[in-house]
Design a protein. Structure first.
Length: 223
C-alpha cells in the first residue's frame, strides 16, 4: 500500500517549495559527470556490466554534454546543478531542466549502490518500519507507484521531515521542487533495464531494491 501521499508529477511542473539539498558534491558549469563509485561489473547479475557501461558512459554522460552546451553564456553557469534544475523549471527552460534533472538523478542513482548492499540503520530503519513495515513494504509500494508512470520516469523514496513518502514522476522529474529530500531513486527509463529484463520493468525494480541498494547510504541522506 502506498503511503499517504504518492505524487505523479510531470517533469515540467512548477517549482514552488524550498529546495531540499542533495548529498553530492556541487559545482558550477562546466558540469562534470563523477566517476562510478564501483566497478562496472559490481552490480551483476542484477544489472549487467554492459548495462552499467551504457547507462553511465553513454546516457549519463550525454546529459552532461547537452547541459553544458545549453547553459553556455547564461546565468545557469554560476549555479549548482540542483539549482539549475529547479530554476530552469521555474523559468520554463524545459531542455535545460530535463538535462540537469537527469544529470542530477543519475548521480544519486549510482551513488546508492556504492559499497554494496547494506541494511537500513538508525532513523531510516525506524521510519521504514513505522511507515511501511520495513524494506519489503517500501519495495511493494515503490513497485505500485512505478506502475502509474506512463512511459519514462523515476520512482523516489523521499524524506518529508521525519516521515517517508513515495513519488512517481515522469521523464526527468525528481523531488527537489517539492521541498522534500530525495533518499533513493529507481530509474524507469528503458536504458536502465531493457538489456537485462526486456519489458519486465517492475521485476528489475524489485531486484535492484532487494539486491543492490546500500541502505546505509540512504540512511545517511535521511539523517
Amino acid at each position: 500500500m502506498i503511503s499517504r501521499r504518492t505524487f505523479f508529477a510531470l517533469s515540467g511542473a512548477t517549482a514552488a517549495a524550498t529546495l531540499a539539498r542533495p548529498y553530492i558534491a556541487r559545482a558550477a558549469a562546466p558540469f562534470e559527470r563523477p566517476p562510478l563509485p564501483f566497478e562496472p561489473d559490481a552490480l551483476a547479475p542484477t544489472i549487467s556490466k554492459r548495462t552499467v557501461e551504457l547507462h553511465s558512459g553513454a546516457h549519463h554522460q550525454a546529459y552532461f554534454d547537452r547541459l553544458n552546451r545549453l547553459v553556455g553564456g547564461t546565468d545557469y553557469t554560476d549555479m549548482a546543478l540542483e539549482d539549475v534544475y529547479v530554476t530552469a523549471l521555474e523559468n520554463g527552460d524545459v531542455a535545460i531542466a530535463n538535462n540537469a534533472g537527469q544529470a542530477y538523478n543519475h548521480i544519486l542513482y549510482f551513488d546508492q549502490f556504492a559499497g554494496g548492499p547494506r541494511e537500513p540503520v538508525d532513523y531510516l530503519a525506524e521510519a521504514l518500519g513505522r511507515d511501511y513495515g520495513g524494506v519489503e513494504g517500501v519495495i511493494d509500494a515503490m513497485r505500485e507507484a512505478a506502475g502509474t508512470v506512463f512511459g519514462t520516469g523515476w520512482v523516489w523514496l523521499v524524506g518529508d521531515g521525519d516521515a517517508l513518502d513515495i513519488m512517481a514522476m515522469e521523464d526527468a522529474g525528481n523531488p527537489l521542487p517539492t521541498g522534500t529530500t530525495p533518499l533513493l531513486g529507481i530509474d524507469l527509463w528503458e536504458h536502465a533495464y531493457y538489456l537485462d529484463y526486456e519489458n519486465r520493468m517492475q521485476e528489475h525494480l524489485a531486484a535492484v531494491l532487494t539486491n543492490l541498494v546500500n541502505w546505509e547510504r540512504v540512511s545517511e541522506r535521511f539523517a
